[in-house]
Ligand binder design. Structure first.
Ligand code: DGT
Ligand code: CA
Ligand code: ZN
Length: 576
């Protein structure tokens, strides 16, 4: 049965094809709205469907509900199938090329009769686009540059895209006859913020039915290679995956090997040799005599080397093997340790739900303290708040706090814009009156290094600022962070005592693990926040926690894992 992401992808595809077809924007909006709503929904649409309540989903009216119903019942949509006959599906992928809109796409397709992106590139190189009406040599080279930048950035896959896909594959493979276990491995299991490809490990005696199931997974467009125990596939959107099948009694060594990283594995093989063993993906072998030692679990692999099991997030050859040897692995933070969410938005700025709805959604997930950090006044597009509007928000907080009692504590906060000149969006007196101040940059991120660093230092040194939100401002996959002098930033943060955020949203994951680990070493408190704009966003918390684990953080290092008393005391010491 289709999940929310697949439904959303279907509606986005419809909207894109309709636009290329030349339908007025207004007609495509309902599909885009539905797609967006499905992606941020806290529950599966299929559950609403079973209850006959599809129209309860925000942004879903009668027409969309009928389409969801058809998709859930049949896995197909007659409307879309017809549309694809009018407008080739491949054209939708052209929309990802910067500088190429639906009108131009339709023009090129209709005059040149091409639908593949590679043909578009060839046509541009051959100078065939410049003579089309309304185009010229300039727009032709812009398209070429756009295709090139697309290729550059599609190099690695955002974890937020790869992770749900891997879960789906694993779920399907677990249902295949004879499969004992199926687990994601590779950089995805280590929870890197982007991954090159997906690696999936399956334990089964017979690999044939698994291979069969893999090549028949929904969305597979090509089989890149198929051996006896390994198969590589490519999905229509270019994502590649390899699935490895090993007998259950050898699953431990296989999973360990495929999880990597390569450098971590080199360390383990070295350690094995010191013990007179050679380690491969199949087993340990005694160097003398050649006797095999099989490991069904990873715990056995590490135990054979005299080590405790090392969490996958640490396996980057950054001292984890030495720490394991000395029995000094950190007790890594877990999702259940997180008690506070200190960056949350509501309808007071650009959030989708009211403060009451967001607070309830957070409380349902075990959160005890929630800070509403609606945007500040200069970020006009998000409905940033004037001081006057803040006063109204404060009154609403008071009222809903009464309603919620001790279910959850609400903090009146703000995500204050660090403006291009380094000043903050509100005067100090007002900042001092808030329960918490999170300062971030959203604009002019491409300032030169010195300027943007100075701007950040200014915010860090402001005694009213408690947390720096998504410090580098990067967006995965397509925007690099500001060109900050991170040494200067971290040193200033250590000095001022401000906390640095690990923004949990998979399009941010900012700070990333390396900086977060350096921050910890400098004694800087970290803050993991969802930056939720909708209920579904709260479920992205685990991505942020994973980055924190990759940074070796324990619950002491993260202010969101502190008791309410300790957190409030910390804020109080900062003058709140
Ligand atoms: P990625 O996909 O670029 O994000 O990174 P990984 O770590 O997933 O690497 P990948 O997909 O090339 O290979 C998956 C795992 O297979 C890797 O984490 C460790 C293992 N592996 C690959 N090549 C080698 C190798 O040459 N030696 C060893 N020991 N392990 C390897
Ligand atoms: Ca990989
Ligand atoms: Zn933000």
């Amino acid at each position: 049965m289709m999940n929310n992401r697949q439904l959303a992808d279907t509606f986005t595809l419809i909207a894109n094809l309709l636009e290329i077809k030349g339908e007025i924007i207004y007609k495509t909006l309902a599909y885009r709205k539905a797609a967006e709503s499905l992606l941020s929904l806290g529950r599966e649409a299929a559950e609403y469907w079973k209850e006959g309540k599809l129209e309860d989903i925000p942004g879903v009216g009668k027409a969309i509900a009928e389409k969801i119903d058809e998709l859930l019942r049949t896995g197909k949509l007659e409307f879309l199938e017809k549309l694809k006959q009018e407008v080739p599906e491949e054209l939708a992928s052209w929309l990802a090329v910067p500088g190429l809109g639906p009108k131009k796409i339709a023009l090129i397709w209709k005059t040149l009769g091409i639908t593949a992106l590679s043909d578009l590139e060839t046509a541009a190189k051959e100078g065939k686009l410049r003579s089309l009406p309304g185009m010229g040599a300039k727009s032709e080279s812009a398209i070429l540059e756009g295709i090139a930048s697309l290729a550059r950035r599609s190099g690695r896959i955002p974890l937020g895209r790869a992770y749900p896909l891997a879960q789906e594959i694993v779920r399907t493979l677990k249902g295949v006859k004879g499969v004992v276990a199926a687990e994601p491995a590779g950089s995805l299991r280590r929870m890197r913020s982007t991954v090159g490809d997906l690696d999936i490990l399956v334990a089964a005696k017979d690999s044939v039915p698994v291979m069969e199931a893999v090549v028949n997974l929904p969305g597979v467009s090509r089989v890149l290679g198929k051996g006896e125990t390994k198969v590589s596939i490519e999905f229509a959107d270019g994502i590649r995956a390899q699935v490895w099948v090993h007998p259950p009694q050898r699953f431990g060594t296989a999973l360990q090997y495929a999880t990597g990283s390569k450098d971590h594995n080199v360390q383990l093989r070295q350690l094995a040799l010191e013990k007179g063993l050679s380690l491969s993906e199949h087993s340990f072998t005694k160097v003398k005599g050649g006797k095999e030692i099989l490991c069904a679990t990873e715990e056995e692999v590490y135990a054979t080397l005299g080590l405790p099991w090392i969490p996958p997030e640490l396996r980057e050859d950054r001292g984890e093997v030495q720490a394991a040897k000395a029995n000094k692995l950190p007790k890594l933070i877990e999702v259940k340790d997180i008690k506070a969410d200190l960056q949350v938005h509501s309808t007071w700025s650009d959030g989708k739900l009211s403060m009451l709805e967001m607070a309830r959604a957070a409380a349902k997930r075990g959160i005890k303290v929630i800070a509403f950090t609606d945007h500040s006044v200069s970020l006009g597009v998000t409905g940033g708040l004037s001081i006057e509007r803040h006063e109204q928000q404060a009154a609403e907080i008071k009222a809903i706090q009464k309603q919620l009692g001790d279910e959850i504590l609400i903090l009146h906060a703000s995500e204050v814009e660090i403006k291009a000149d380094g000043s903050l969006d509100y005067p100090d007196e007002f900042l001092a009156s808030l329960d918490l101040v999170l300062a971030s940059m959203h604009t002019s991120l491409r300032q030169p290094r010195e300027k943007v660093t100075e701007r950040m230092l200014n915010a860090i040194r402001n005694p009213h600022v408690d947390i720096i939100g998504h410090p580098t401002g990067r967006l995965i996959p397509d925007r690099e962070g500001a060109d900050l002098d991170m040494d200067a930033v971290l040193n200033a943060a250590a000095e001022s005592g401000v906390a640095l955020e690990i923004n949990a949203h998979p399009s941010r994951l900012d700070l990333d693990d390396m900086y977060a680990r350096r921050a910890k070493e400098l004694g800087i408190p970290l803050s993991i926040n969802t930056d939720a704009h909708s209920e579904g966003d709260f479920d992205m918390l685990f991505y942020g926690v994973a980055i924190a684990r990759r940074a070796w953080l324990t619950k002491n290092d993260v202010i969101n894992a502190w008791s309410t008393e300790k957190l409030l005391k910390w804020l109080k010491n900062r003058g709140k």
